[in-house]
Design a protein around this ligand. Structure first.
Ligand SMILES: *Cc1c(COP(=O)(O)O)cnc(C)c1O
Length: 442
């Protein structure tokens, strides 16, 4: 057997083919007007990737500005049975009773694992502790640096809930780039605070009143702007999605998560994890952490999608549960669509997971049998959120709470002594209002 080292296999080892395909997925499905801008971007990206000075500058910013490496933290009480995690009457009077249901997780764990068994160890990769509070800054900074290297003075981006918009506005402020963020009017209403944040950071927020007035429509508008202004404008896409080279480039900017996590878990446990768990919206935080372990065949890689209310058209965003192969925003992948190929509406309590398509590399890895995908409902994610808050003192983003909830759910079925690595993609301050509303309603 090859010895396990802290260094994951080489940077850029799993590039898609020259046309941007990961197996049957990916590619470049764009109108003619976008071909030239995308070729310019591809050339610019590959040049930057080969440039040690570019990587040094990015590493420096990740370290001193973003706050990397982020800690790897071993949970203390997440799987604890009873104790103050299961609080009693005084607590129950303040909150709806369902909040305290344990869904059998704790009890089942105690049946299957006797007290003498080595406990299951759960480690959180703390992307919530980055500057701006989520992994999105890793990609936003990388691409903003690329924009500057390519001689662009202006950046356009799309945003749904506003997290990617805030990360992009931050990176542009830092690097002195002009910034326009397209956002659906419905999302602007729901995420008014993030609109203000972006404006305070010097970005212009452009309201989109087309279609469902949400993320999908904002992406269309951002692409339109890019085509029109390509001479001085860079399009900064927020997840491992879209036409080649975006899925590759975003993966590479997020793979710092997996590189760090791999070295940290080896240092803290002396071995690789048995399971890595991450939530999957477009798929960037998941591909970033999976990337560190892809060649370690004994490490299970599990992506958690948004199961929403239930798996029925319009009620969820679990592409691998209800989707089929199709094309959205320039890439061939799994898409939620009806039989005529129209994109379905999606729903999730977490805005960051609420998208009809998934990054093409995930579709490919799943087909190869290397990764697995599951889904967690809104209600379960809310429980995960509260569990981590009460038992560890961490408010996770609702997106990340999906990964936490699945980890707790599967723990009783893991062999004693298993080591689980969970990507805590972001912090939950942004979600407090949604949580309050959801708990009131249920
Ligand atoms: C945007 C977001 C996600 C989902 O995006 P991916 O590209 O799938 O990572 C997950 N977690 C947080 C905190 C986010 O802001």
């Amino acid at each position: 057997m090859k010895p396990v080292t802290a260094e994951p296999p080489l940077f850029g080892r799993r590039d898609p083919d020259a046309r941007g395909y990961f197996g049957a997925y990916g590619g470049r499905f764009v109108p003619e007007t976008l071909v030239a801008p995308i070729e310019e971007l591809t050339a610019g990206y590959f040049a930057a990737r080969a440039d040690a000075a570019f990587r040094d500058e990015l590493d420096r910013l990740l370290r001193y500005y973003v706050g990397r490496p982020t800690p790897l933290y071993e949970t203390r009480r997440l799987l604890e049975i009873g104790g103050s995690a299961r609080r009693t009457d005084d607590d129950r009077s303040r909150n709806p009773p369902h909040v305290h249901q344990e869904r059998g997780t704790g009890a089942a764990a105690s049946e299957k694992h006797r007290a003498a068994d080595p406990p299951i160890r759960i480690f959180l990769k703390r992307e919530d502790l980055t500057h701006t509070g989520a992994h999105k800054i890793n990609n936003a900074l990388g691409q903003a640096l690329l924009a500057r290297r390519m001689g662009k003075r202006r950046v356009v981006a799309e945003t749904g809930a506003g997290q990617h918009g805030v990360a992009t506005a931050t990176a542009c402020a830092l690097l002195g780039l002009e910034c326009d963020v397209y956002m659906g009017s419905e999302d602007m209403r729901r995420q008014a605070l993030n609109v203000v944040r972006m404006e305070l950071l010097g970005a212009r927020v452009r309201q989109v009143d087309a279609g469902s007035c949400t993320l999908k429509d904002a992406i269309n508008e951002a692409m339109r702007d890019w085509v029109t202004n390509v001479a001085d404008t860079y399009y900064l896409l927020g997840s491992a999605l879209g036409p080649h080279p975006y899925p590759l480039m975003v993966r590479e900017f997020q793979s710092v998560i997996g590189r760090e996590a791999r070295a940290q878990i080896l240092e803290q446990t002396g071995r690789l994890p048995d399971v890595v768990v991450a939530c999957v919206g477009g798929g960037s935080n998941a591909i970033g952490i999976f990337d560190g372990f892809l060649d370690d065949r004994n490490v299970r890689l599990i992506g958690v999608e948004a199961g929403g209310e239930r798996i029925a058209p319009g009620r969820h965003a679990a592409r691998f549960a209800g989707g089929a192969t199709g094309v959205l925003h320039g890439t061939r992948t799994f898409v939620l669509q009806d039989e005529a190929g129209n994109i379905e509406l999606t729903h999730s309590i977490s805005a960051g997971l609420d998208y009809a398509a998934v990054g093409p590399e995930h579709a490919w890895l799943r087909e190869l049998g290397r990764t697995e995908y599951v889904h967690i409902s809104d209600a379960e994610a809310l429980e995960g959120f509260q569990m981590l808050a009460r038992r560890e003192g961490i408010l996770p983003a609702l997106e990340s709470a999906h990964a936490v909830a699945y980890t707790v759910r599967m723990a009783p079925d893991l062999p004693a002594g298993s080591v689980v690595l969970v990507n805590l993609s972001g912090r939950g301050d942004k979600d407090v209002q949604s949580v309050i509303e959801a708990l009131k309603l249920s």
